[in-house]
Design a protein around this ligand. Structure first.
Ligand code: GLC
Ligand code: CA
Length: 560
């Protein structure tokens, strides 16, 4: 694997609406991000991915872009963006924007022109079809519910949307559309962006002509995944994109790739792959049911571990994954991967250690570094997210009571990760002086940055230690490039792996349970590099250098 400038970095995702508001309108903004660059620098962050801040009607919180060349006024303006890029540069930090080009907003000029003249030039920017014998072109279900087809008012024509009806899919088969997209990407890269996170990219290639798959719910529709599994040729588009945009700029790119087949990894992230990296979503999708959130399972520590190890083995020498425990589309990692009821600062620090030490580029999602948790709502009323509203309805339709359905929402809602960032115990968690656009998680009085900054053993300081270790000259090479070798993989609730580098071997041990246990090592350790209980207590625990007593949710990193 060729070494790249970004391999040894640490990345952070900002959801701009909920990060920091500076003008009291209750919505986070670019000036808010600028004001917190020093906080992020101090944490050890190098690369910042900002979820969409382009002009948008916000049907899907900015993932519906109506003008790729402008900043939405709720976030600020282009000179704020330029200032943000410049201020980041001053601090040796890199800005990534979100590239949302599977679809745009129905309020984008292109789509407005397509509506006005579906048979004209702009009609070909989208997928517009007629019914045949009174039947829609296919029976695929949109990600946010209902058919992927929406009628164009006053006509017998329908347009395709894989997500919401306000997110019409762009027709990637049309070379003019592709050129327009590359032009826009280069315009941003020329402004000094370091690269992009690439949204929903796998959806750009459709199986054509459109056709039905067997229905999988009572609505007579089918999951769009059947089509994605069959679609071929996405890599031709993506190689073209890389050739015309990323490569000439040496830009960093990280793909949101679900549904990748193992033999495709090289095409995505190998030395000649289209992207620098892609997210590992194997744990994210574990337990998910095609029927919907209500039917989805919790994930056990052993399932979590196996997902991580499988991805690590597959990516192996091929390329560099990006590792996460949460993002703006998921519930909070500490609520999902730590068994229910066991959430504590200790277990949160264990989870942090377990994923952060894997091979790849670690991403931290805003609030993860202080251990922000899921919601405990008892009604759907304050939910904003369209995906959640759909899944709530799916649960009700399946016969769940509102009380049961809301439990599903609390487990999986995207709003879990979208509530305002918890800066302090002040009103509105110090996020805004106005009324926040989305309610604040009531636990902000206990879980907030201010409280954790000065406290040595806080979750926040644990993340700092993990980042410092990753950047420590002595260990950097092993942590960035060392091979991941699972150990004691069949011991229940124990996640253990070596990182084998040229200079040394490290061992990560995570006791993923309440019960303490003694682990016998294959060789004695030399040094404890990190311990989620704090070094001092650790030394009380040891009997010798080969047998280690691990307490409740204890995680240690040892040099062997
Ligand atoms: C991606 C985004 C998600 C969005 C969807 C449609 O999955 O992460 O937030 O709703 O694409 O753009
Ligand atoms: Ca604001």
């Amino acid at each position: 694997m060729k070494k790249q400038w970004w391999h040894e970095k640490v990345a952070y995702q900002i959801y701009p609406k909920s990060f920091k508001d500076t003008n009291g309108d209750g919505i986070g903004d670019l000036r808010g991000i600028i004001s917190k660059l020093d906080y992020l620098k101090d944490l050890g962050i190098d690369i910042i991915w900002i979820s969409p801040c382009y002009k948008s009607p916000f049907a899907d919180q900015g993932y519906d872009i109506s003008d790729y060349y402008n900043i939405d006024p709720v976030f600020g303006n282009m000179s704020d963006m330029e200032e943000l890029i410049a201020e980041a540069k001053k601090r040796d930090m890199y800005i990534l924007m979100d590239l949302v080009v599977n679809h745009c907003s129905d309020e984008h000029e292109w789509f407005q022109k397509a509506l006005a003249d579906p048979d004209g030039e702009h009609g070909k920017y989208f997928y517009i079809e007629e019914c045949k014998d009174g039947k829609l072109p296919c029976n695929w279900r949109a990600y946010f519910g209902g058919s992927v087809w929406e009628q164009i008012p006053g006509t017998d024509k329908y347009y395709f949307h894989a997500f919401h009806k306000k997110q019409p899919d762009l027709n990637w088969e049309n070379p003019v559309v592709r050129e327009k997209i590359y032009e826009m990407m280069n315009w941003w890269l020329d402004k000094g962006l370091a690269g992009f996170r690439i949204d929903a990219i796998i959806n750009i290639k459709k199986v054509l002509p459109f056709k039905d798959y067997p229905a999988d719910r009572e609505d007579g529709l089918c999951d769009i995944g059947y089509m994605l599994a069959e679609a071929e040729g996405v890599h031709e588009f993506l190689q073209e994109m890389a050739e015309k945009t990323f490569r000439p700029h040496q830009a960093f790119s990280v793909g949101e790739v679900f549904n990748a087949k193992e033999d495709e990894l090289g095409a995505f992230i190998g030395d000649k792959g289209c992207f620098s990296s892609m997210f590992d979503f194997s744990q994210t999708i574990c337990g998910h049911s095609l029927k919907g959130w209500y039917d989805s399972d919790d994930i056990t520590p052993d399932e979590y571990k196996n997902c991580c190890f499988t991805s690590q083995r597959q990516a192996g020498k091929v390329g560099f994954l990006s590792n996460i425990i949460e993002n703006h589309d998921e519930s909070r990692g500490v609520s999902r991967y730590i068994p229910r009821g066991d959430q504590s600062e200790i277990s949160k620090k264990l989870l942090a250690t377990a994923y952060f030490m894997l091979k790849g580029l670690p991403f931290i999602y805003q609030g993860q570094e202080i251990g922000m948790e899921n919601l405990k709502l008892d009604s759907i009323d304050c939910i904003n997210d369209i995906n959640t509203l759909d899944e709530y309805q799916v649960a009700l339709d399946a016969g769940l009571s509102p009380e049961e359905a809301i439990k599903t929402v609390n487990r999986f809602s995207r709003d879990n990760a979208r509530t305002p960032f918890q800066w302090s115990a002040e009103e509105n968690a110090g996020f805004t002086t106005g009324k926040p656009w989305l309610f604040v998680n009531p636990n902000y009085t206990e879980i907030n940055v201010n409280e954790q900054l000065g406290r040595k053993e806080s979750v926040l300081n644990h993340y700092k230690k993990l980042i410092m270790l990753r950047k420590n000259k002595e260990y950097k090479d092993t942590i960035v490039y060392g091979e991941v070798v699972p150990v004691m993989a069949d011991v229940q609730n124990l996640m253990a792996y070596y990182r084998m580098g040229e200079k040394q071997t490290l061992l990560v041990l995570a006791n993923f349970q309440k019960e303490e246990r003694t682990v016998t090592l294959e060789m004695p350790y030399k040094r404890v590099l990190l311990d989620n209980y704090g070094q001092e207590q650790w030394y009380d625990n040891i009997t010798d250098k080969k047998n280690i007593l691990l307490k409740e949710y204890q995680a240690v990193i040892l040099e062997m």
